[in-house]
Design a protein around this ligand. Structure first.
Ligand SMILES: CC(C)(COP(=O)(O)OP(=O)(O)OC[C@H]1O[C@@H](n2cnc3c(N)ncnc32)[C@H](O)[C@@H]1OP(=O)(O)O)[C@@H](O)C(=O)NCCC(=O)NCCS
Length: 187
């Protein structure tokens, strides 16, 4: 993947939109990471049809899908989605993110998620991002704490994952808290 397709980059990683061409690489990463991902996120199908439908979702204005890649070589080391984007006077979106078994624990997601947050508050004009995280998901809570998210509340039985309705903590950050100018809420 050429450098031109990257939207933003930091010292070690760069962020670009996910595309259908990423299917095989992501399928292999998902497969090696089943134990890391369960029960924190819903299982994702990576058959050609399912993945085509998955990436087609990101053609809609309410959803954005990104991959976090190593600047050296371009390998995918993580993924970040912004879902359920609401415009007008709310300007908010809900984050989903993953690392993989072979890429976790190196700080790539801290750098990559920070880049996506900055991109959301500048290029996308959002004002607030939330992350709904199960209380036992300490790696995810540590990640958003490092980026300055605050715990806003607790949502019992928030999302159906891996066969059960799971309680989630609601963590969020505003543009101002992340050091960006606030959008004007009129988009
Ligand atoms: C949540 C998740 C994305 C966090 O990924 P991660 O690999 O911990 O995040 P990073 O890549 O930023 O790595 C951070 C860790 O690497 C360590 N690290 C090692 N070298 C580092 C370096 N050079 N720079 C920064 N951090 C480094 C950090 O200390 C940190 O470990 P700690 O949290 O134990 O202190 C990952 O655990 C995951 O995919 N979980 C399953 C899916 C999931 O839960 N998604 C979120 C649902 S809400």
């Amino acid at each position: 993947m050429s450098d031109q397709s990257f939207l933003v980059h930091g010292p070690r990683v760069a962020v670009r939109r996910v595309s259908f061409q990423d299917r095989k690489e992501i399928a292999a990463l998902d497969q090696e990471s089943a134990a890391l991902h369960r029960p924190w996120i819903p299982a994702r199908e990576t058959t050609p049809d399912a993945f085509r439908e998955y990436v087609a979702k990101f053609d809609r204005p309410a959803h954005k899908g990104f991959v976090v890649c190593l600047r050296a070589g371009g390998a995918i080391v993580g993924g970040v989605n912004i879902n359920n984007i609401v415009r007008g006077g709310i300007q908010s979106g809900a984050l989903g993110y993953v690392a993989y078994a072979s890429t976790t624990g190196h700080g790539y997601m801290t750098e990559g998620l920070r880049l996506v947050v900055a991109y959301a508050f500048t290029a996308l004009g959002l004002h607030r991002l939330e992350a709904n995280i199960q209380p036992g998901n300490t790696a995810s809570i540590r990640l958003v704490e490092r980026l300055g998210f605050r715990r806003e509340g607790y949502s019992p039985r928030f999302q159906y994952i891996d066969g059960a309705w799971r309680d989630h903590e609601r963590w969020a950050i505003t543009a101002e808290a992340a050091g960006h100018a606030a959008a004007d809420g009129s988009a």
